[in-house]
Design a protein around this ligand. Sequence first.
Ligand SMILES: C[S@@+](CC[C@H](N)C(=O)[O-])C[C@H]1O[C@@H](n2cnc3c(N)ncnc32)[C@H](O)[C@@H]1O
Length: 199
Amino acid sequence: MPWLTHLAMRNKALAAERARWIPLASGVVLEIGTGSGLNLPFYGSNVRKLYALEPSELLRRMAAARARRARMPVEFLAASGEAIPLPDASIDVVATTWTLCTIGDAGRALREFRRVLRPEGRVIFVEHGLSTDPLIARWQKRLTPVWRRIAGGCHLNRPIDRMIVAGGFAIEGLECGYMRGPSLGAYLYRGIARPGPRG
Ligand SMILES: C[S@@+](CC[C@H](N)C(=O)[O-])C[C@H]1O[C@@H](n2cnc3c(N)ncnc32)[C@H](O)[C@@H]1O
């Protein structure tokens, strides 16, 4: 599965999204589900430190080579997004790309993002999820139970924007749409979210 993840995530359309959104990160950054480290070359020199959280040991090893070539110090966290081993309000930016689809308890992970973010922090997200096209959405819902089993827990049908808001964030900029024409995993949600007022 880690090798399949690496091969699936390594394509030009995804690289274009990485090139657009990852350079917006600055300060102390926490990346959730770093995978094989395909975002690492896109972080700019205004990132002081990167925490690369990745539960899979093999993917962490694959990312280590890219981490050595990165512009900033990279510290790997062998952990899951649902239990982030960092103190409260210690992070400027949480970056998540194609990971909220896979995290088992994404609601809990989003609450963890909020806990570790400084009050003025940001979440940068590029995620695939539930399409606004009713026909595609129906197939996404129908196929997710099977797809999850063969694709390492990936859900095709998560309403990413609503999940982020339910996690206590306000979305500042949201761009939705298909990456390369309609298909089950191509409807993207990209944008920036900030912690909302605490309830
Ligand atoms: C489709 S891959 C995306 C990898 C990378 N973010 C990218 O853009 O290439 C999904 C990633 O989520 C990670 N993952 C799975 N469950 C997770 C969890 N509970 N917390 C954090 N990451 C998780 C996987 O190990 C994998 O690296």
